[in-house]
Design a protein around this ligand. Sequence first.
Ligand code: HEC
Ligand code: HEC
Ligand code: HEC
Ligand code: HEC
Length: 230
Amino acid sequence: MREKGKNAFYAAKWSQWGNEVMNSVGCSDCHDARNMDLRPARPALYEAWQRAGKDVRKASHQEMRSLVCAQCHVEYYFEKDNGNYLKFPQDKGLTCEAAEEYYDSIGFYDYIHPLSKTKVLKAQHPGYELFKQGIHAQRGLSCADCHMPYIQEGGIKYTSHHITSPLANISRTCQTCHRQSEETLRQNVYERQEKVFDIRNRVEKELARAHIELSLLGRRVQQPRKWNQY
Ligand code: HEC
Ligand code: HEC
Ligand code: HEC
Ligand code: HEC
């Protein structure tokens, strides 16, 4: 379908692909319906990799266990002069700084702040990019290792498709690798979340202050012109 032209996937009628949709996230988002191999469906992922000189189809099986998630849990934007075409800003890398550099290079911003008149970028949910910066990605884990643990039932071992917090099932997620108690592992997560939360709140206050100060400055700069008008 990608070969048919860039917008074929998104512009297609419901009657063409609709029957493949089971619910908002369907089997064919992650699996090739013909053989059930892991295969992300979104063209934006393949195209981002292509621009970086890589081929999703040649990714390892372990990488695929993350890439099926990376097609959705990722920062994205819509290319306005191309029929609002879905694109991932990954050309310069997967860090926050790389995304900002990319957006600056194409002059993209999400909106202009009404007070400070500053161009603002608003990240959506760069889960894949965040994961790639951490120790677990560096040690070769995939999203599925924590979010889709193996379940043993009778003689059958299968992959849990009930995707939720890994903390709901620590013995099957974290403890397949870590020997610490459930409580310690849970606290490891909560401590990091609290630090992020704390820093976010402080940065938000500073940002709000900066926007307000800029708006006051803007008004002061404009004032002499108004004086001259009278
Ligand atoms: C969000 C992505 C995602 C969706 C949606 C999804 N799967 Fe999977 N599925 C996976 C992953 C990841 C694995 C693990 C594959 C592996 O490691 O080889 C898997 C494994 C499987 C397997 C292999 C057996 C096993 O348990 O490991 C089957 C069969 C399967 N899925 C069926 C389905 C069906 C049927 C649906 C729709 C009802 C579905 N999947 C939806 C990601 C997904
Ligand atoms: C087709 C797009 C899509 C794919 C593929 C996908 N997700 Fe999601 N995911 C979503 C959406 C949409 C939500 C719901 C967000 C909301 O309700 O705010 C969600 C929610 C979640 C949540 C929160 C669930 C909760 O209990 O609140 C987790 C964790 C998650 N996804 C992990 C994954 C992992 C891991 C994969 C790959 C195995 C994956 N997702 C693949 C779209 C996707
Ligand atoms: C080392 C284990 C681990 C790996 C690997 C991992 N996660 Fe998570 N993930 C977690 C934990 C722990 C949480 C927090 C759960 C909680 O707060 O209850 C979480 C939370 C989430 C959430 C929910 C965030 C929210 O705001 O509710 C999403 C979505 C998610 N992960 C997606 C992913 C995706 C996509 C990948 C791969 C790119 C991934 N995770 C890899 C452990 C992991
Ligand atoms: C598939 C194996 C695996 C799973 C599952 C796993 N981890 Fe890890 N974890 C690792 C490896 C490997 C390291 C790196 C340790 C090293 O190389 O010294 C690590 C490192 C850590 C660290 C220390 C590094 C840091 O960030 O400061 C913590 C804390 C941690 N894991 C918590 C968890 C929690 C909580 C879960 C479940 C949500 C989890 N891990 C799931 C393999 C795993």
